[in-house]
Design a protein around this ligand. Sequence first.
Ligand code: NOJ
Length: 728
Amino acid sequence: MEIYKNPSYSPRERTIDLLSRMTIEEKAGQMCQVDGRHDPETWIYKKHIGSFLHVTGDEPARLQKMALETRLGIPILFGIDAIHGHAFQSGATVFPSQLGMSSSWNPELLEKVAAITACEVILTGLHWTFSPVLCIGRDARWGRVDETFGEDPYLIGVLAKAMIQGYQGDQLSDPYSILACAKHFAAYGETQGGRDSSESDVSERKLRSIFLPPFQEAVKAGCATFMAGYNAIDGVPCSANQWLLHDVLKEEWGFQGFVVTDWDNIGHLHEDHKVAATLEEACTIALTAGNDMMMSTPTFYEHALSLIEKGIISESLLDDACSRILELKFKLGLFDHKRFPDQGMVSTILGCPEHRKIAYDMALESMVLLKNQNNILPLSKEIKRIALIGPNCDDVQAQLGDWSFGARELAYPEVPTLNYHPEYDPSPIVTILEGIKNRCPHHVQIAYEKGCDLLDENNHNIEEAVETALASDAIIAVVGDTNVLNGEMRDRADLHLTGTQQKLLEALKVTGKPLIIVLVNGKPLTIPWIAENADAILEAWNPGMEGGNGVASILFGDFNPCGKLTVSFPRHVGQQPVFYNQLPGWHGNAYVEMTGEPLFPFGFGLSYTQYEYSNLMVSSSSLGVNDHLTVSVDVQNTGKYEGTEIVQLYINDIFSSVTTPIKELKGFQRIHLKPGEKSAVHITVPVASLGLVNRKCQYVVEPGVFEIMVGPSSRDMDLLKTIVEVVA
Ligand code: NOJ
């Protein structure tokens, strides 16, 4: 038996053996990834394809069988955007959006979400998810903020690790492991004006300070693949950036996996970024820069062959890329147990009650209570008639969010759409209307009016909505945004409520009835009117298939909300970006028209109970660079409900050789407290994590005094403060 077919050899030995048998054509094909819904046979038989994306249903098994019958029988790696559940697959479990999930600050739960996703992906015959997204989401105008973990690099790193662990398990050979993909490398969320895929005007120092750390954490967590961003950094498109992909990622950080381009990044080098005069030149640039797999640039195959023939690139570039790809295929066991889909298990496991339970738990933990005047929530037992009003009460798309059924990515006119048949979908999506109807006590009547369309200003029935509201004891208004206002190429110049939602809310306010607002939206919106006029605000994000049950449980008091914002809410779009970890400046923090403070800051989130913080202490007021700092604080639940509090630790390097953020999150801890209960919370951080990137772009901890801040949010008034000194 050939060495590469023999499982008793290591993945590395098998890779070397297989590579020695491959022709240049087979190597070039191995590096290609195309949409498998378009002429897959030619790609398998004539071009030795390495990977397909966006193939579902019975297709993966059919195509894999073909691949295994080819000369060398190299299995295909199937990729999919399962970024908040296997959400393109009919019947699968759909979790809240990544931004929603980040608001839980709960890595353990995220790991479970990712493990469930991996299990559902594997059962359908796929092997690789393009997740997690590690972009910093700090300009809400950008269309893809809903896909991020928010604005803080430290928190993103912690949550990324959890998701990678959930997807990949302890080792890739575990039967339910899939490959994770850290994307989009790098600074893709920082494009100017929030304009998708434009220039990220950041220096190396800024990259190393803010944008690269979460990706470095992903490498440490063993993330198998990386995706290069669409954007350019300081004039160099990511897929042309040898420093980024090769020098930093592969050499400095020792990344062993492979880099995939984003969708036709090579074509963009020529057509959009215009750093290559021809597609062939673009291929040379991409190959030399360190991209290993080329997503959706079908002509790469021919160009690579011609470049080798002309002697422009050396075959060793292809060898390195193929080794990285093949080794992961061996590690996944694709050559051995093949991972064919298991149709029997698909129908019983996808969206099963155990998986939905985690979707429900995640929906609960991802919701953030932004206002609760006079403790109007949870709903009092006196309330007998509820008016449920708004365009997002009963909207499946808005609730599931982007990268789920109906997402734009599925609708390629020339190829069949993915496998979503709502009429056969065995896992019904519980909308907020359904969730509230299911949960509300018998004596409570629910009257529902849509009130207005989310987009069409001419389509509303505000008068009927007002009448319904007048006949109620309280209004629950569910407003926000929907998929066409989020996603790739869907940046917004404005962040206000669209359609006639604002008019609807103002008319409801005039009724004088208690106004409880539930927001179902991909990302922060500018809602100063709501902040002032609503009695309560619950931010539900895109809460996934169990979102309706989650909202109902929180409104009726079955669950005490505990989510905290991972992204700041601007008061006005002109404040963008309004992230909490700003660099200090001389002219203060105010515009002519308004404050520079956000409407709701990073880390903010209320509860049905109250927590009191006291007795902040540090393990030592003087520490060496190799020491650990333990910060302790007492937290007491002084209210009536038991609940979970997320205790946050921020630092500030008071004087440093370069400007450093006014606050930086360095640790957090979740604690669960019964009414009256008091607990000491200890958060330990290595002093080595208090560093900065100096002018030479080196990471260093500079001796001096650091401010230590602990509390329930990043807002100054919420924080207890002390200082420590770091000595040389
Ligand atoms: C483009 C998106 O930017 C990326 O996030 C996604 O994974 C790929 N398309 C594949 O769908």
